[in-house]
Design a protein. Structure first.
Length: 248
């Protein structure tokens, strides 16, 4: 990282407002205790779907960005959510991949949801989802570069310059990105693909630890040549914060 810069990159939240709120508090404490820096938070996308409170996660992210520099990247689930307001085919796909929980989190009653057609659901969503939330998610970026690091939701198509990458690659790719082991133009920090713990490779670092499924939400802290982790973990009786080094 450039001198004086500190970055907190946060993996896929997927509607786990409880973990996100705990991790925000932990990041704020860590930043205050780590000395002066130009701090940026990078949310790697997939705030929504699958977990129980996507609406609450989006609201928290918006509130956080009102207080400090927060960069939001667009994930494939944000893409589906945004496009589903106008395309019934996308809406059907969205609902099958965790979007049902998102719609319910915006206050659409379960019995009304269950009885609605796709067209009726689009009307219900348009009424229930605040314009500010749609604008926030719709304004997300495809990637951010800071120092030697490229932050992106899913990954990149190997051996293609960044300016020639297609949005589909940045938001959806798995292979051949995941198995590619040669250097990229930048070291890639990404989410999208769940691993039990962070996936540290020579050319990339995946930090989607499956919050909605495993109860573990990860923040990667980058400063100088160091990498360390802060994780909010659902311990059953409460949420624990764990910190550890990640390797350089």
């Amino acid at each position: 990282m450039p001198n004086g810069e500190r970055v907190y990159a946060i993996g896929d939240v997927h509607g786990r407002r409880d973990l996100f709120e705990a991790l925000i508090d932990a990041v704020e404490r860590d930043d205050a205790e780590s000395g002066s820096a130009r701090t940026t938070v990078v949310l790697l996308g997939d705030l929504v779907d699958r977990g129980p409170d996507s609406a609450g996660v989006v609201e928290l992210a918006m509130l956080w960005r009102s207080r400090r520099k927060v960069e939001l990247l667009i994930g494939n689930h944000e893409e589906m959510f945004i496009d589903s307001f106008d395309d019934e085919g996308v809406l059907r796909h969205f609902l099958r991949h965790g979007g049902r929980q998102t719609v319910l989190s915006y206050g659409v009653p379960r019995d009304v949801y269950d009885a609605a057609s796709l067209g009726e659901l689009q009307v219900l969503m348009a009424r229930a989802v605040p314009h500010a939330h749609r604008a926030f998610l719709g304004g997300a970026r495809d990637h951010v570069v800071i120092g030697d690091y490229l932050f992106v939701h899913a990954g990149i198509a190997p051996e293609i310059p960044l300016e020639q990458q297609k949005p589909h690659h940045l938001r959806w790719i798995r292979e051949p990105f995941l198995d590619y082991d040669s250097p990229h133009e930048h070291y890639v920090i990404h989410g999208h693909t769940i691993t039990e713990d962070v996936d540290l490779r020579s050319n990339r670092l995946g930090i989607d630890t499956g919050a909605y499924r495993t109860g573990r939400l990860t923040a990667l802290v980058l400063e100088g040549e160091s990498r360390r982790l802060i994780q909010a973990v659902d311990a059953g009786s409460g949420i624990a914060i764990e910190k550890k080094d990640c390797g350089a």
